[in-house]
Design a protein around this ligand. Structure first.
Ligand code: CMC
Length: 446
């Protein structure tokens, strides 16, 4: 079976027929057990009954990095990693990028269906009118050092939002759930832009509610002395497409963090801050930064063979390549790649790194090391080049990823809240330390 999101019902992904069970013989005791297989999955708890004697705790499963463990049932995002397919609520990403807008996709992820015109108008209106943040939030951000990393500032400020909206702690109240969703999607660009302007020592720009979601972000990032910032519609469209591509990606590190932290029934702002924290890392959302730094280090096309050699020797990784789920070209990378030239054309910039990236991709896809490990470009391989062309400093790239991923995190958080099987996340461990040691007084310690 290909490596894919398991889907339930309709026989879409896993046909479950006949006697669906696994017969396991414990060779320690000779006992045999029948374990139910449902949706191509066995329940880890069904193994607990397998014991050598009554004192035995029972068999556990061990899965570092959750490489083969489904932690939830989800109807939000479907990925078929072998075939390079990504769908949100069953709609292919290619179609969404072509026909939809980011805010419509956010609605789709959160509500489970495409909005009617009236629903969409209401949704866009609400989000547009919640973009302002409390003035104290501005002072809070001004307290950071001049060289604070924008992602660190975003992480802290999203967490701080929970102190401004204590009523959001009523997580079972549907009105509060909705308000938190709207506020988070609306305020994330404002916080991200404030963090970006802070890192440049520039005054913060307030939201312009007459602009689109992407246009307003461009205004908050780049407006200087002009009375009104007019975003280029082509850049607005490219950014909106980039946002659609980053909206959700099922149970990745940050979505899992939102669910794990959210399972403690903490408020949504704090749960989403956990998602921002997960995204910060270079193996997740921080990879777009790592890609640009890597391209800069390579410096010129002639250095690519040497660089690939160091990767193959295991001394470093080819950033923007490889994915836990995709064992084929990441469909998001394909769409992003098609926008790089267009953005460079509008900005009139000539990216020295694009040529290196294109050649690096070509050579890696021709190389047995990468093909045998099914390593293909992922979403981050080309996104950094677009951000750079837009004039965004490298350190702020991950912040650009966090803005659209917020809708995915909220959808995951809401789905988790309504899951009848929800339990606080609490993994087990295999204890490998000592037991029953004597406490040695400090004067006796060597
Ligand atoms: N460059 C070189 N070798 C790699 C790479 C890479 N980017 N990724 C995986 N490999 C090799 C790895 O060394 C291993 O080889 P071997 O079998 O000889 O030991 C094999 O491929 C399997 O790697 P893995 O680490 O077991 O794979 P994983 O599923 O745990 O890691 C990953 C997935 C995304 C963390 C990894 O591919 C990686 O580090 N990529 C670079 C970082 C990156 O681009 N991250 C962005 C991911 S997409 C955006 C997002 O969702 O956040």
């Amino acid at each position: 079976m290909s490596e894919q999101s398991r889907s339930e019902g309709n026989g879409k992904a896993t046909a479950v027929e006949g006697k669906n069970s696994l017969t396991v013989t414990d060779n320690r005791t000779g006992k045999t057990y029948d374990i139910e297989i449902k949706d191509g999955t066995v329940r880890a708890m069904d193994f607990r009954q397998i014991k050598v004697d009554d004192d035995d705790f029972g068999l556990m499963t061990y899965d570092p990095g959750f490489t083969n463990t489904a932690s939830c049932r989800s109807a939000i995002t479907y990925i078929d990693g072998e075939r390079g397919i990504l769908q949100h609520r069953g709609i292919p990403i290619e179609e969404l990028c072509e026909k939809s807008t980011y805010l419509e996709v956010a609605y789709l992820l959160i509500h489970g269906h495409l909005p009617t015109q009236k629903e969409l108008d209401g949704w866009v209106y609400e989000i547009t009118h919640h973009t302002y943040v409390h003035e104290n939030m501005k002072s809070f951000m001004q307290g950071f050092r001049h060289d604070a990393h924008p992602m660190g500032m975003l992480l802290a400020s999203v967490g701080a939002l929970s102190t401004f909206y204590p009523e959001a702690k009523n997580i079972d109240d549907e009105e509060q759930q909705h308000l938190a969703a709207v506020r988070l999607i609306a305020k994330m660009p404002t916080l991200a832009a404030f963090a970006y302007r802070h890192s440049l020592g520039l005054p913060y720009v307030y939201p312009d509610n007459d602009l689109s979601y992407a246009g307003n972000l461009l205004s908050m990032l780049f407006k200087m002395a002009e009375p009104r910032y007019e975003p280029d519609p082509r850049l607005e469209k490219a950014l909106d497409t980039l946002f659609i591509l980053h909206a959700d990606h099922e149970q990745n590190c940050s979505a899992a963090a939102v669910r794990v932290v959210g399972s403690s029934r903490v408020d949504p702002y704090t749960a989403i801050a956990a998602g921002v924290a997960g995204l910060y890392g270079p193996l997740h959302g921080g990879a777009n930064v790592a890609v640009l730094k890597m391209l800069q280090r390579i410096g010129k096309v002639e250095n690519i063979p040497d660089f690939l050699e160091t990767v193959k020797q295991g001394k470093e990784r080819l950033m923007g390549f490889g994915h836990r789920v995709y064992k084929n070209y990441d469909p998001r990378a394909r769409i992003i790649k098609s926008h790089v030239d267009e953005v460079l054309e509008v900005t009139g910039k000539n990216s020295p790194w694009l040529e290196i990236a294109v050649e690096l991709e070509k050579r890696a896809l021709d190389d047995e090391y990468f093909t045998s490990r099914k390593l293909y470009p992922n979403v981050d391989f080309y996104s950094g080049l677009i951000y750079e062309a837009l004039g965004i400093p490298t350190d702020a790239f991950t912040v650009m990823f966090a803005i659209p991923r917020t809708s995915g995190w909220i959808a995951q958080w809401l789905e988790m809240l309504h899951d009848p099987e929800l339990k606080i996340a609490r993994p087990r461990q295999i204890y490998t330390g000592e037991l029953n040691q004597r406490y040695v007084p400090i004067e006796e310690r060597g």
